[in-house]
Design a protein around this ligand. Structure first.
Ligand SMILES: [Zn+2]
Length: 390
């Protein structure tokens, strides 16, 4: 027991259902179970996994929120007049380049995308992930995994999420061969994109999972040449739900002829709409307008349970969450539906994340994704103890 290595491999969107359906690495990683998702998207789940705290503490929920006084997008009120025709500026590739340009101008180091937010609404919004959430201090004042690892004094390696997945896996193999390496956190995100497009194509998913299986076996065998014991744990943030219908919530709201930015403000994510009632008198009309739609208004109790009860309503005063499988089209995230989506109620079986490991994790019960942080911290503590005694 002289030379331990802990490997945590984060696999975006590896849902429990998909992992079990394909018996993904069931021989290599026999200690496995479903994990409750954090309400929201990856931009919510990752900060939760990296800090062990929920959104009402780490304050990351959706990318955009109503905050005209501090909006970094003021320029778009002028650009909106000149960036014509609108159809050209809505194209994915054009938006992507515009996002890169905007990000460079604003100096943001986090994941940044303008998605499909209409230019005339951007000046009302602020953006949540300005900083690199993986970097030291990236979720300050809440300490993140990087802060904990730096404080541990252990040799560790964290993937660079900006790098292609193949480069991150290659880097992990090289790091696993270093005998003094103690902790690896590997970031992979390709499965998420694949499942969004191919949730209904088992053969495509199987091919990708087979490729990951080969990667994991290679990584483990390299690690075992240089370390003993080696613990490999695959963790994820959420599952994926097939498309079952679309709904145009914006059209329902537009019918009310209210003034955006004066009467109300709204962000339309893929599976939920969030509202601010700038004129409190419009609240009943907005509530009534969406009540017949396939979904539900979250109660205060739901918000507390999901860890999104912000006292200052940073991300909205009222949330309308769609029924499992429905997508808001058009939304601020996209104009066309995708075959698969996530961001539904965490209780839905298809939403569940997963943990798969070579070793039992009875030292730390994992119920929800925030417990994954606690598990990693426990393992870091164990490694520190080992370092002190060797
Ligand atoms: Zn996704």
């Amino acid at each position: 027991m002289g030379n331990p290595l802990q490997i945590f491999l984060f696999m975006d969107a590896l849902g429990w259902q998909v992992a079990e359906k394909h018996a993904f690495l069931s021989d290599l990683l026999p200690y496995r179970q479903a994990v409750d998702m954090q309400f929201g998207y990856s931009c919510t789940a990752l900060p939760t996994i990296l800090t062990g705290q929920r959104p009402d503490v780490h304050r990351h929920l959706s990318f955009f929120y109503h905050d005209p006084e501090h909006s970094p997008f003021g320029l778009f009120s002028y650009l909106n007049l000149v960036l014509k025709p609108k159809s050209f500026w809505q194209r994915g590739r054009v938006r992507h380049h515009l996002s890169r340009l905007t990000q460079a101008m604003l100096g943001y180091t986090g994941y940044f995308q303008l998605y499909s937010v209409p230019f005339d609404r951007l000046p009302f919004f602020n953006y949540c992930e300005k900083r690199d959430i993986f970097a030291p201090g990236g979720l300050a004042p809440v300490p993140n995994l990087h802060d904990v690892l730096l404080a541990s004094g252990l040799n560790f390696h964290l993937s660079d999420w900006r790098q292609p997945e193949a480069a991150n896996l290659a880097a992990a193999r090289a790091q696993a061969a270093a005998p003094n390496m103690r902790f690896l956190f590997i970031y992979t995100a390709n499965l998420d994109g694949l499942l969004h497009q191919h949730i209904n194509h088992d053969d495509v998913i199987r091919r990708q999972l087979d490729a990951y299986s080969d990667e994991c076996r290679a990584l483990l065998s390299i690690a075992q040449e240089h370390h003993d014991p080696v613990c490999l744990t695959i963790i994820s943030d959420h599952g994926m739900t097939p498309l079952r219908g679309t709904v145009d919530l914006q059209a329902d709201i537009d019918k009310l002829k209210l003034r955006f930015g004066v009467d109300y403000s709204a962000c339309y994510d893929s599976t939920m709409a969030r509202f601010w009632f700038l004129n409190p008198a419009v609240r009943p009309a907005i509530i009534d307008a969406l009540t017949p739609a396939p979904g539900r208004w979250l109660s205060q109790e739901d918000m507390r349970r999901y860890g999104i009860a912000f006292p200052d309503h940073q991300f909205g005063e009222a949330f309308f969450l769609l029924d499992n499988g429905f997508q808001i089209i058009p939304s601020d995230m996209g104009l066309k539906p995708l075959p698969g989506m996530h961001g539904y109620a965490p209780e839905e079986a298809e939403s569940q994340a997963a943990i798969l490991s070579t070793h039992p994790f009875d030292d730390c019960p994992v119920l929800a994704v925030e417990d994954l942080f606690t598990l990693m911290v426990k393992r870091i503590e164990k490694l520190k103890k080992h370092a002190r005694h060797s």
